[in-house]
Design a protein around this ligand. Structure first.
Ligand code: MG
Length: 385
């Protein structure tokens, strides 16, 4: 978000996350369910952040903070008894920022297709409201209480409304303050007051997570929108007397440890560099300069947490990582499961995405002479294209 919060103007995103998701049968409200590696609400925010200046979530502060960790948004506003009340609360919270435009979006819609917001903003040049919508393709029937058809409803001119819905902010705020009768979306509030609302092309992929079947469809859509990026990392530390040996986040019993400014965890350092490399965000030395005293003997888990946070901040997910340790001794294989579990825990991914293996260098070179340990790592991250 580029604009300062006090300058006024710009586009605000009002994110309605107050729903409880009762139709899905899950205990977790649907906006917090994980699809393609991250919560639904996080997908929505990651996709819309580049398009807006302010983000105002409405709902429960705690789960929203957990789902949006590391992303920029205004303090969460509690939701109301109805969707309309929740939107009103968000609009009031945005009022001091005086945005020109507000996009009202359901947090349960994680995939807003590219071009949607641009089309909405273009339509707002002519009319005070615009929504994405898709024409109804199925034949519509009105059913009776006995489970039989009463009539066929002509579908010509009928659309299914989606979000984000875009409005001139001052008008939508004024209409909400005038307390119209219950509306299921914000376009209806403008319609009731006689204001024009434009229909722009919606997209079948802009799915609102409502039923169990939607989870599979959304997984396909969200994964398909991610681009794989691969990075490599390589690191070496010398073995020295009087240090604990820390490898891939765990202490490994050995007569010597690795020398270095931090805990010298060569495996984690290589993995961090692979991740930074995949994101084209430099290397571990750029993010944690060795000249800074605070990294002395530091637990390298901290570096890996940062690297994982950078994936998250880019709206991405770690597809897999593969680390190879090069040493004659100690034997790595017995410790590999613990290393994998620890690395996965630090990064918050399932252990199946991480591989730790080892090789010797046939007693050749510095690793062969047991002067040091080398590590190389490859990481694949999936990020929005
Ligand atoms: Mg290092």
């Amino acid at each position: 978000m580029s604009r300062s919060s006090t300058s006024g103007g710009g586009t605000a995103l009002l994110l309605v996350a107050a729903g409880t998701g009762s139709r899905l049968g899950a205990e977790t409200p649907k906006q917090y369910l994980c699809i393609a590696g991250q919560p639904v609400i996080r997908h929505a925010v990651a996709r819309l952040t580049p398009e807006v200046d302010l983000i105002q979530p409405v709902g429960d502060a705690e789960p929203i903070a957990a789902a949006l960790a590391g992303l920029a948004y205004l303090p969460v506003v509690p939701g109301g008894a109805t969707r309309q009340d929740s939107v009103r609360a968000g609009l009031e919270a945005l009022a001091p920022y005086a945005p020109d435009v507000v996009l009202v979006h359901d947090a349960a819609r994680p995939f807003v297709p590219p071009g949607t917001v641009a089309a909405l903003l273009a339509a707002l040049e002519q009319v005070p409201g615009a929504i994405p919508a898709v024409p109804v393709a199925d034949t519509l029937k009105r059913g009776g209480a006995n489970g039989q058809i009463i009539e066929t409803v002509p579908r010509a001119g009928l659309y299914r409304a989606q979000t984000p819905q875009a409005f001139r902010f001052p008008l939508l705020l004024a209409l909400h303050r005038a307390a119209p009768v219950g509306a299921t979306d914000d376009a209806a509030i403008l319609e009731a007051a006689g204001h024009a609302v434009a229909l722009v092309a919606g997209d079948e992929q802009n799915i609102k997570l409502t039923y169990k079947e939607d989870l599979v469809r959304l997984e396909r859509v969200l994964m398909g929108a991610l681009i794989p990026r691969v990075g490599t990392g390589y690191d070496v530390h010398a073995l020295t007397e009087g240090r604990k040996l820390i490898l891939c986040g765990i202490e490994v019993p050995h007569d010597r440890g690795l020398a270095g400014h931090s805990d010298a965890d060569v495996g984690i350092h290589a993995l961090c560099d692979a991740i930074y490399g995949a994101l084209a965000e430099g290397d571990i030395g750029r993010h944690f300069p060795p000249s800074e005293a605070s990294w002395k003997d530091a637990d390298s888990a901290r570096f890996l947490r940062h690297a994982a946070g950078r994936i998250a901040a880019r709206g991405g997910v770690l597809a897999n990582a593969d680390i190879t340790l090069v040493c004659e001794r100690p034997k790595i294989t017995p410790h590999a499961p613990d290393m994998i579990a620890r690395l996965a825990g630090i990064m918050g991914v399932e252990p199946g995405r991480i591989s730790v293996k080892a090789t010797t260098s046939e007693k050749l070179g510095f690793t062969g002479r047991m002067e040091g340990i080398a590590a190389q790592a490859v990481a694949t991250v999936l990020v929005p294209g």
